[in-house]
Ligand binder design. Structure first.
Ligand SMILES: NC(=O)c1ccc[n+]([C@@H]2O[C@H](COP(=O)([O-])OP(=O)(O)OC[C@H]3O[C@@H](n4cnc5c(N)ncnc54)[C@H](O)[C@@H]3O)[C@@H](O)[C@H]2O)c1
Ligand SMILES: O=C(O)C[C@H](O)C(=O)O
Length: 320
């Protein structure tokens, strides 16, 4: 029996992610969680998703709750609660506002579902992953974020189109911040198993344009349609399936890094990590000098922002 809880289920991303998760094999229960006052909205969504499961011919049970005590028994808890950025904002602008929302939610998860695995989505996702880790009191392997998985998928599609190959032929990774300082790992990019730099067309590859497009993808979608929903929603479902199916895939997610990348770490940030039913563990890797310098800068940026947010949260809590 597997239970997946989505906290923030009434939001634009939360509701689509709930739909995507309800179609994963071996997920028996999807619990839609939200704040008191959202009962009608949660109930209506549960009816709609129950109809969807009936139409798909699956027997997934859809439940809902506004009580954190009902997090109990969850195998995975996906957190999408919080404010999204508006046109012109950077994800980091949301850090303190969303930390104030995520900290109490993480405390409740630590209290009622201490054996669950938390998948953090709220932005800025690397900092919110650290907030969830700190306030839940859970182990680093149990708390991870969507990180640069979606960015890696966005780059993969651009590379596949450029080389006119099926996306499954392309393997690539973006590590670091889910944001401006993200770092594409061209040294770990292959097409049909061949290192991309060994292909003659590599010298003409518009790498900077591709990475800029990935960096601007979220803001473009938000500006023109209000929110990013289907890309992150299906990416969330992939990660949940990887855990529930104990798949041992290596995906690029935000995870607490100690020293796995050339001894740089002590922060939550996007790195390749092995994901299974036990949780998420970063994989030790070696990367090229230029990539390492860029990753080091990204780690420093996120570590400083995270410390700053922790200090502000401590001040807010000590002043009552
Ligand atoms: N990591 C990623 O790749 C990624 C992708 C898309 C969205 N996001 C992030 O996910 C979050 C949600 O985005 P959305 O488009 O669904 O937003 P939304 O406004 O549609 O939904 C927000 C949800 O959070 C809840 N919420 C808001 N304030 C709250 C509070 N004070 N306490 C408890 N719950 C609260 C709302 O009830 C709602 O369920 C944003 O932070 C957004 O940036 C991250
Ligand atoms: O860009 C955003 O703010 C949403 C999300 O992080 C995304 O990349 O789609």
């Amino acid at each position: 029996m597997s239970k997946v809880t989505i906290i923030g289920a009434t939001g634009r991303l939360g509701s689509f992610a709930s739909h995507a998760i309800s179609g994963i094999p071996h997920v028996d229960e999807v619990m839609l969680a939200g704040r008191p006052g959202r009962e009608n909205s949660l109930m209506a969504l549960s009816h709609d998703l129950t109809d969807s499961c009936a139409a798909r011919g699956t027997g997934t049970k859809i439940t809902w709750s506004t009580s954190p005590a009902d997090y109990a028994g969850s195998d995975v808890i996906v957190v999408t609660s919080g404010v999204p950025r508006k046109e012109g904002q950077d994800r980091t602008d949301l850090a303190l506002e969303n930390a104030r929302i995520i900290a109490p939610i993480a405390e409740q998860i630590g209290k009622y579902a201490p054996d669950a695995i938390i998948l953090m989505i709220t932005n800025p996702v690397d900092v919110m992953t650290a907030v969830a880790l700190r306030y839940s009191g859970m182990e680093p392997r149990q708390v991870f974020g969507l990180g640069t998985h979606l960015d890696s998928m966005r780059l993969k599609v651009l590379i596949a189109r450029y080389f006119q190959v099926h996306v499954s032929e392309v393997h690539t990774r973006i590590i670091g911040e889910h944001g401006e300082s993200m770092v594409p790992l061209w040294s770990a990019t292959t097409i049909g198993g061949i290192r991309i730099s060994n292909l003659p067309a590599f010298s003409d590859l518009p790498m900077d344009e591709m990475v800029d497009r990935v960096k601007n993808s979220g803001s473009f979608i938000i500006k023109n349609s209000g929110a990013t929903v289907y890309g992150p929603g299906d990416a969330i479902a992939t990660l949940v399936q990887t855990i529930i199916g104990n798949e041992n895939r290596i995906l690029t997610v935000s995870s607490y890094v100690r020293s796995e990348v050339h001894d740089i770490g002590d922060t939550c940030i996007g790195v390749p990590a092995r994901i299974n039913r036990e949780g998420v563990v970063p994989v030790s890797i070696r990367i090229e000098d230029a990539e390492l310098a860029a990753f080091g800068a990204s780690v420093e940026k996120i570590r400083a922002l995270t410390r700053n947010i922790f200090e502000k949260m401590d001040e807010l809590r000590s002043s009552g």
